[in-house]
Design a protein around this ligand. Structure first.
Ligand code: KG4
Ligand code: ZN
Length: 339
């Protein structure tokens, strides 16, 4: 079964073709980061307009690379939510219109389900059940995943998401939006011993997180020491990264111990963080557990994970619906997905 996937929930337009037998066939992505960087964050109206501009060329590109006619598509999966409503509407309306014109069914997909399943795109995919650490710009959750559509939230952030904490701290250090990757690069040259930041909720006894205090701690260091000196900036970045990575790693271990599961899957943009990967690898090796990451290009938003999630849902028995009547779900708790 050949599924076209369309992602437009935030600042990336992604289109992909996934075949349930052959895997990922082709994909194309346009990131709006450069456009939003000028404003220090995502401007929703600009995001929607850019999705409109990009979506047709990206579809042509994907189909062209695959060397397949549009008629070969069996179903169209698109991100219905959560995300920015205007941005979601572009992908949703486009997918529904395409479905209507081709006479193909459509399947609305939950964006986080796409992230959760994205490690299954890799050459060495994880087996169910597993614990998923979902760390993106908008979400931070630990989940028990027992199958497609079977997700139980074990803990989540009470305030800022991990990616949001990276981005806000990066901004305080004068780095351009979105600063997660840049902060992480800067942290590599920083001295981990110079500053010691709090590890929020490390001993809370549950699997929840809180990162807004960490960002405030970064603000205090910037106020005390200034952000003009490159060494100080790198040391602050390192202190922040040490703290957030320790919390993410320890809570992931706690989730594995608590559930007795032996496989961890990391998804979302912060999953690209090198220090997080190093420390998770070490911890998993020590406990003889397995850890899986999505390929780097599928850590952040993309169409491939949506096409995959659509194909897996169809294989697991979810029904696609006739195209034509639609709505987006900008706020859509993952727990609402029926098991
Ligand atoms: O998964 P994603 O595209 O976001 C949402 O769907 O919300 O991830 C984007 C987030 C941003 O906050 C970005 O700064 C962060 O992932 N990110 C990183 C790294 N690369 C991207 N954070 C830390 N280290 C990185 N290497
Ligand atoms: Zn995302």
């Amino acid at each position: 079964m050949l599924v076209l996937g369309i992602e437009s929930s935030c600042d990336e337009t992604g289109v992909a073709l996934y075949d349930s037998e052959r895997g990922l066939i082709a994909h194309a992505l346009h990131s709006q980061i450069a456009m939003h960087a000028e404003y220090g964050g995502v401007v929703p109206e600009l995001a929607s307009r850019d999705h409109i501009r990009r979506i047709v060329p990206l579809l042509r590109d994907t189909v062209g690379r695959a060397g397949l006619p549009l008629a070969a598509i069996d179903a169209i999966a698109y991100t219905q939510g959560p995300g920015l409503s205007g941005a979601l509407l572009v992908g949703c309306a486009f997918a529904e219109a395409l479905g209507l014109s081709l006479g193909k069914p459509v399947l609305p997909v939950h964006h986080l389900e796409g992230h959760l399943l994205s490690p299954l795109l890799s050459a060495d995919p994880p087996q169910f059940p597993f614990i998923a650490l979902l760390v993106s710009g908008g979400h931070t959750q630990l989940m028990r995943v027992t199958g497609v559509g079977k997700y139980e939230t074990l803990g989540e952030t009470l305030d800022d998401a991990a990616g949001e904490a990276f981005d806000k701290s990066a901004k305080l250090l004068g780095l351009p939006y979105p600063g997660g990757a840049a902060l992480s690069k800067l942290a590599e040259t920083g001295d981990p011993a110079r500053f010691d930041l709090p590890r929020p909720m490390l001993h809370s006894g549950d699997l929840n997180f809180s990162f807004s205090g960490l960002k405030t701690a970064v603000l205090n260091l910037v106020r005390q020491h200034g952000a003009d000196d490159a060494t100080t900036r790198a040391d602050i970045a390192r202190a922040f990264q040490e703290a957030i990575v320790e919390v993410l790693v320890k809570k992931s271990i706690q989730a594995l111990k608590q559930t007795g599961l032996k496989t961890l899957v990391v998804a979302g943009g912060v999953g690209a963080n090198r220090q997080l990967r190093q420390q998770l690898n070490q911890a998993m090796e020590k406990h003889r557990w397995r850890v899986h990451y999505p390929e780097l290009e599928f850590c952040t938003d993309n169409g491939a994970m949506i096409a995959l999630a659509g194909a897996m849902r169809l294989r697991a028995g979810s029904a696609a619906k006739p195209a034509g009547i639609f709505a987006v779900r900008p706020r859509w708790p993952l727990a609402d997905l029926a098991g």
